[in-house]
Design a protein around this ligand. Structure first.
Ligand code: SF4
Length: 310
């Protein structure tokens, strides 16, 4: 069963995004493979493009997640009542090739199961019924068409939670513009501000310029993060993972946010980096950052006036 078999049932926006996958120019890789037919890409041995996913979304897991930022998860009191948590839908495949990926079994090895748009909508409604605070699409970039169609279907059936676009930050402005009105909270990574590191560690030398343009577009759509009763309702929340040896180019990321996006940008300066997957093949990232390295970045973000959250 094709995910958008009844394409006429969906909005022009969903149809435009679907058309962008055949041939696929949905993300900055522009692999130009026909995902509806699983065409072999011109520069890859995979049956599909770089992300490795064809026409149907592949979902690895669905459920309330309590390890996200507190503004997404809710209050411990709510957990005790069996409510709260961020309602995550974790997509398999990824349009980045991070050698230190902590979820490489899902992102690189694409563990999961193919689902229809109707099932995707059912997942959202089930998460809402379970008391989750939002619907959190994890690694959504290569699934933008299915996500929009799924949100349309779920909203018709009663979905009213905020939606979270939890991406690696390698998103095209053209695709993002089509998400306007569907996404309430953008939560992109800002992984690197330098092309050399982005090339070596994520196979994406243009990541910095693509990422900076994407974050500007995300902020244009939803503005600064708005929080009500401790929960995020709308806005931009940037995640920045501090790498050892200043390899993420953290200060430049913060300068960009403060000077070109908003001084009130919400940012989570993350200290969770640990060498995973193929990081041991790259000696400069084969260790955790020190607490001083992380704190230096956090202090710089505070000095620049950003809204540093955890
Ligand atoms: S979404 Fe996937 S197939 Fe499409 S351009 Fe990006 S990596 Fe390539």
């Amino acid at each position: 069963m094709k995910p958008l078999k009844n394409i006429g049932d969906f909005s022009p926006t969903a149809r435009k995004l679907w058309a962008m996958t055949n041939p696929c120019v949905l993300c900055p890789r522009k692999c130009r493979v026909k995902r509806s037919s699983g065409e072999i890409g011109p520069s890859t041995s995979l049956r599909t493009g770089f992300c490795g996913i064809g026409d149907m979304p592949v979902v690895s897991s669905v459920g309330p997640h309590f390890g996200e930022e507190s503004v997404l998860v809710g209050r411990p009191f709510d957990y005790a009542q069996g409510k709260g948590g961020s309602g995550t839908i974790f997509f398999a495949g990824c349009n980045l090739g991070c050698v230190f990926c902590q979820n490489y079994d899902i992102s690189h090895f694409r563990q999961g199961r193919k689902v229809t748009i109707s099932e995707l909508a059912d997942f959202m409604l089930d998460l809402q019924d379970r008391g989750c605070s939002n619907i959190n699409f994890v690694t959504p970039t290569h699934q933008a068409a299915a996500i929009v169609a799924g949100i349309e279907t779920a909203r018709k059936r009663g979905l009213n939670l905020p939606t979270v676009y939890n991406s690696g930050g390698y998103d095209s402005v053209e695709a993002l513009k089509l998400l306007d009105g569907y996404i309430d909270i953008y939560m992109p990574d800002m992984k690197f501000s330098g092309g050399a590191a982005a090339k070596e560690f994520a196979n994406a030398p243009d990541y910095p310029e693509v990422n900076f343009a994407a974050v500007k577009e995300m902020h244009r759509q939803v503005g600064d993060l708005q929080i009500e009763n401790g929960l995020a309702k709308r806005g931009l929340l940037v995640r920045h993972l501090v790498l050892p040896n200043k390899l993420a180019g953290s200060l430049k990321v913060i300068d960009f946010l403060a000077e070109h996006v908003s001084r009130n940008t919400a940012i989570n300066v993350m200290n969770q980096y640990r060498p995973c997957f193929k990081a041991d093949e790259h000696p400069e990232i084969n260790r955790r950052p020190t607490s001083e390295e992380v704190e230096d970045v956090r202090q710089y973000a505070l000095k620049k006036g950003l809204n540093v959250i955890a």
